[in-house]
Design a protein around this ligand. Structure first.
Ligand SMILES: C[S@@+](CC[C@H](N)C(=O)[O-])C[C@H]1O[C@@H](n2cnc3c(N)ncnc32)[C@H](O)[C@@H]1O
Length: 249
């Protein structure tokens, strides 16, 4: 495992342990338990959370991709970097009856937490898989919707992750993701900091680069909507964005 990937894995192994003991009325924050709130707060409906017996205290995301995806009963959903499982469990309810929600994550501690949350929610149409988001253990064209929440920015090769999402989606399938993006060039020194990378800042790329990677993979009509911004004094600016695209039918 590369140094960057190991820094990411180790941060989220620790985060999983902290989330498990966090009071339910506190918010873990974006990407890291000590991070800022970068757009996730309030984006989940209370009633929906209540149905699965969780609060957004378990989210380390930067938005609510399940809101973007317009999920329907019978659909198959995959969440890249599913963490504690909130978006997978919400998706599982929305695609029921007949559908299934998968989450893939590389961090064992997160997978254990997600499985505990699934048991607590009493949800049977959700599965958490061990794997890397650039090498997902699912067949070609096997999924209707790929979601992800604040994860793709953590990958060293974002284009490879986007190509993998394209491979797994069936023709006509949707990509509906919340992610951090670079809005003003980050200071070069910041780009090299492993902890800031694992905190969803240093690995961000500009929207134009993200769009080009989606188009190069074959996606049509990529759309970006920035919904929260974070200025890093003297070192650039990042933001949380909702990103949508589709695989041509
Ligand atoms: C910022 S957290 C977000 C978790 C979840 N999506 C949420 O919204 O709460 C990032 C998650 O992605 C996982 N992750 C990061 N890079 C990954 C990779 N290359 N392959 C698989 N999982 C990865 C981490 O283990 C962690 O659980």
């Amino acid at each position: 495992m590369s140094e960057v990937k190991e820094a990411v894995r180790s941060r989220y192994a620790n985060a999983a342990k902290l989330i498990a003991v966090l009071p339910v009325d506190s918010k873990a924050g974006c990407c890291a338990v000590d991070g800022p709130d970068c757009g996730c707060a309030g984006s989940y409906a209370e009633a929906e959370l209540k149905e699965i017996g969780l609060t957004d205290s378990v989210s380390l995301g930067c938005g609510n991709p399940t809101m973007l995806a317009d999920l329907k009963p019978g659909e198959i959903v995959l969440d890249l970097g599913s963490g504690a499982g909130l978006d997978v469990l919400l998706s599982a309810r929305r695609v029921s009856p007949g559908g299934h929600a998968y989450g893939v994550d590389m961090t064992d501690e997160m997978l254990e937490l997600a499985n505990r949350n699934r048991a607590k929610a009493g949800i049977t149409n959700a599965t958490f898989l061990t794997g890397s988001i650039d090498n997902v253990p699912l067949a070609d064209a096997s999924v209707d919707v790929v979601i992800s929440n604040c994860v793709i920015n953590l990958a060293e090769d974002k284009a490879a992750v986007i190509r993998e999402a394209y491979r797994i989606l069936r023709p006509g399938g949707r990509f509906a993701v919340a992610d951090m993006v670079e809005l003003e060039a980050l200071a070069p020194a910041l780009k090299k900091q492993l902890d800031t990378w694992a905190g969803c800042i240093s690995g961000t790329i500009p929207i134009d680069e993200y769009r080009a990677a989606l188009v190069a993979a074959g996606f049509a009509e990529p759309e970006f909507e920035v919904h929260a911004t974070q200025v890093l004094p003297g070192a650039g600016k990042v933001g949380s964005a909702y990103i949508r695209a589709s695989k041509p039918a």
